[in-house]
Ligand binder design. Sequence first.
Ligand SMILES: Cc1ncc(COP(=O)(O)O)c(C=O)c1O
Length: 370
Amino acid sequence: MKDYRSAERCQGIEISGIRKLFEAAGPDSINMGLGQPDFDTPDHIKEAAIRAIREGKTGYTSNMGIPELREAISEKFQKENGLSYPPDRIIVTAGASEALHIVMHALIDPGDRVLFADPGFVSYGSLAILAGGRPEGVSLNNSLCIDVEKAKEQMDGARLFVLNSPGNPTGAVEPEESIRALVEYGNDAGVTIVSDEVYEHFIYQGTHRSAALYGEDVVTVNAASKTYAMTGWRLGYLAGPKEYVEQSLKVHQYAQACATSIAQYAAVSAYTGPQDCVAVMREEYRWRRDYLYGELKKMGFSFPLPGGAFYMFAPLGESLTEKIIRRGVIIVPGAAFGCNAPGYARMNYAVARDSLRKAVERIRAAREEG
Ligand SMILES: Cc1ncc(COP(=O)(O)O)c(C=O)c1O
């Protein structure tokens, strides 16, 4: 038989367990598994895309992204984050996923250590391996935030630290002093910080602080995906020091050429248009967070109230998590996010209120089943 040989670094990674759960879900299931908003993309953004199609703006764009979008993102950085990234230091990508991918390829040499929170976003470890690096989890404290002192010990000799606040899967918002300490210590130790800020607008207490405020050796990654309910449009970006942008652009150019032209025109409207849609989503997520947290508390679970994103990461226990999934509520076991939290599960509460109420009833029934 023919030996279909594939690269070891590919064989060494798994398809995300979350996708598998999603694909195995029955028709009556409530999907609290995938990391996406249940809202539709706001109309003015869709209209901009339709206009772009009608006007024939359907060819390749510049590799970096259309100038008007990079200009809009540059202004967004200034206004919302207090960061000065000129348009020539911004690359528009196919979602934050591609931005993470290209920056890792641009910066990681074989065997370089790549640090990120464990539990943490599923892609970081696999992307690090694909880029030839060695992923390494950093543990969290009781507030589900990064244990800064332990992280510092691991930083010596590492190449990258991926910081994600608000965080997936925990919903934790890192305190400003932690972000500052991680960036300052990391940069002094020669560690580049990749700051994944895709949930920056979904913060329910406190304010978002961009890592790049505290050091120069920082690459900021963000996307329209979560902020504007645009996950399927595949529109993200990175911004950072000129040298990194130049190297990342090479990877982007050969792997992707450019982000989808239509999505780029839609994103101009997202970043320059009315922002009240974001506040509406945030306030709805806040209601759902408070409701779900309150119900889980009533059931006897004790864990920190997540300050951001649209995830609740709760210590449900492995066997209850299985029972809940069997009852048709798709939630994600903590083992999908690393080694440190197998007894936890992630619940995405970006689902409609009715579904959330039904999910709570099923969770309660699973718990009472004993
Ligand atoms: C922390 C984090 N970063 C990046 C991404 C990927 O975002 P995008 O859909 O823009 O590729 C996700 C998606 O779930 C995420 O949770």
